[in-house]
Design a protein around this ligand. Structure first.
Ligand code: AMP
Ligand code: MG
Length: 523
């Protein structure tokens, strides 16, 4: 029999590969570590689940098509029911400092890792949030309410679109299952994705356990940190002190993340060490908020009486959290032999953290220069942006609108006779004029061209952010069974820098009633 060679078909004409979830090579390198790191268990399915929203761009990060959710069994798998073949749900254990105080064991009280898939940009873990009780639920119900799940879904995707490192939200599923909070609400599940959901609190947990009752056996801590380095920071292996190099990298990523928050006016709300990611991702969207009128001491979390997590304190609090992480890494640092070991270990860790303030300041400086439309770097730039912030703070001028409308400014247009939209925001018009004269002088030093500067500024100063009142309107409709506003708002927020004139209503000042919205830890 002669074998006749078939001409090769060019790849482009091959039919697209069908998306077969059952054929996905699921794994989970972290939960594979098993006890004491993770507890394998099934979810508790939501009764009568329905899709509220899905994110095409989050699916693309997994390499999935936009219609992935229409696959057989998808709704069951992503509402806590029967997993897809290969998924291996598990809850992980962590501890942490909450509001500056050691809180002991916490853990995934309502989250389950489903597994890990290879995406175009590397492996991604999938996690359900709200899928029922785990050994770490601590007498709570293991559920998440629709209200907070909508906020998490929308903000994760909005932050990603703003260019800030974050866990992503792939899907949101709702149910009529009643859940008791201050009132009776209904349950929902957000599916989140990230290269890893590991937190500072995971490291703190295994250090604490070894020190208290674990007879000084730090082998679990070592395995955890080895896993973090091998999976996420492999280049740290080459350093003389790999664990210190890891800490320095985490500090760097945290500084970059928080500078991004400050630049867009994002307040996290609960920066406990269990809510800080070892990968420098924004994680655990609870009582977060974006600044409306600029107030550096704005507190978005109604439960934060002391303002520990106020907007202006976030950079310092992140640094505090990094010190808590460093403390938990002490047993893994090689301090050499003999006297003075403790001092040497301290020096190694202090050095690893020492770059955080400069990295943060440099990152924020870059953001601020870009927000002002500056191309060059000059010594007085920080004074210029600080003065604008002071003017904003004096009369609580809207943070987002100020920056966005500043992009419309034309050099030489100053004063009440030639009003610009940005000037109209300031009660103290003359104070603003004085600042604009300085700003114009600065722009002239680099021969700034209005028509070129505007698109540059619009590309970094968002027009659309997730203001509380926008989330609230979407939540009210969703609670009445209509998810279209969640979906519409999602579409608007993933293009935050585009003009979107048809959605101008999403970019105006918040209404009067928004001031009375209270966002607490209840979720
Ligand atoms: P959070 O304030 O959302 O960061 O949660 C702090 C800790 O409480 C974490 O360990 C959560 O898993 C846990 N937790 C919060 N809400 C619930 C809940 N409804 N059921 C079980 N655990 C919860
Ligand atoms: Mg949390």
């Amino acid at each position: 029999m002669s074998l006749k060679r078939q001409p090769c078909k060019p790849l482009a004409t091959l039919p697209a590969m069908p998306f077969l979830p059952s054929a996905l090579p699921w794994r989970n390198r972290y939960t594979r570590l098993d006890a004491p790191f993770a507890h394998r268990q099934p979810g508790q399915p939501l009764p009568d689940p329905r899709w509220v929203a899905t994110s095409d761009t989050a699916a693309a990060e997994l390499g999935w098509p936009t219609d992935w959710w229409q696959q057989d069994g998808a709704l069951a798998a992503f509402s806590g029911g029967t997993p897809w073949p290969g998924m291996d749900p598990a809850a992980t254990v962590y501890s942490g400092h909450q509001f500056g105080v050691w809180a002991g064991q916490l853990g995934d009280g309502r989250a389950l890792l489903l597994g890990e898939v290879d995406g175009p940009n590397g492996p991604r873990e999938l996690q359900l949030k709200g899928s029922g009780m785990t050994p770490y639920s601590r007498r709570a119900d293991g559920r998440a309410v629709l209200r907070s799940s909508i906020r998490e879904f929308l903000c994760s995707e909005a932050m990603h679109a703003l260019g800030i490192a974050t866990t992503r939200a792939l899907a949101l599923v709702a149910s009529d299952l009643p859940v008791r909070r201050e009132t009776v609400e209904t349950a929902a599940i957000v599916t989140r994705t990230a290269p890893s959901f590991l937190r500072f609190g995971h490291v703190e947990h295994f250090c604490h356990h070894a020190q208290h009752g674990g007879r000084g056996d730090f082998s679990a801590l070592q395995r955890l940190v080895d896993c973090v380095i091998d999976h996420h920071y492999p280049h740290c292996r080459d350093a003389a002190q790999p664990v210190a190099a890891l800490l320095a990298e985490i500090a760097h990523r945290t500084a970059v993340m928080v500078a991004g928050w400050q630049a867009v006016g994002f307040c996290h709300g609960v920066m406990n060490t269990d809510n800080l990611s070892l990968l420098g991702l924004t994680i655990d969207y609870g009582p977060f908020g974006f600044l409306d009128g600029f107030d550096p001491m704005h507190i978005c979390n109604h439960s934060d009486d002391q303002g520990r997590y106020a907007y202006a304190r976030q950079p310092q609090i992140a640094y505090w959290n990094l010190h808590a992480l460093a403390q938990a890494l002490v047993p893994l640092i090689d301090g050499g032999e003999g006297d003075g070991r403790d001092e040497r270990v301290k020096d190694v860790l202090t050095e690893a953290l020492s770059h955080y303030p400069d990295t943060f300041a440099r990152q924020l400086g870059q953001h601020m220069r870009a927000k002002l439309g500056l191309l060059t770097e000059q010594p007085d730039d920080q004074a210029l942006s600080d003065e604008l912030l002071r003017l904003m703070a004096r009369h609580r001028v809207d943070y987002t609108l100020t920056w966005r409308l500043l992009g419309e400014h034309r050099i030489g247009v100053v004063g009440a006779a030639q009003p610009e939209p940005v000037r109209d925001l300031f009660l103290d018009g003359e104070g603003f004029d004085a600042w604009v004269l300085r700003y114009d002088a600065r722009l002239r030093t680099e021969h700034s061209v209005d028509a070129e500067r505007q698109p540059r500024m619009h590309a970094v100063n968002p027009k659309f952010i997730l203001r509380n009142h926008l989330a609230e309107l979407a939540i009210r409709q969703a609670e009445a069974g209509d998810y279209t506003e969640v979906q519409r708002l999602h579409r608007v927020l993933i293009r935050p820098f585009d003009e979107q004139p048809e959605h101008a209503a999403y970019a105006v000042l918040p209404p009067e009633w928004a001031g009375s919205l209270e966002i607490s830890c209840s979720s």
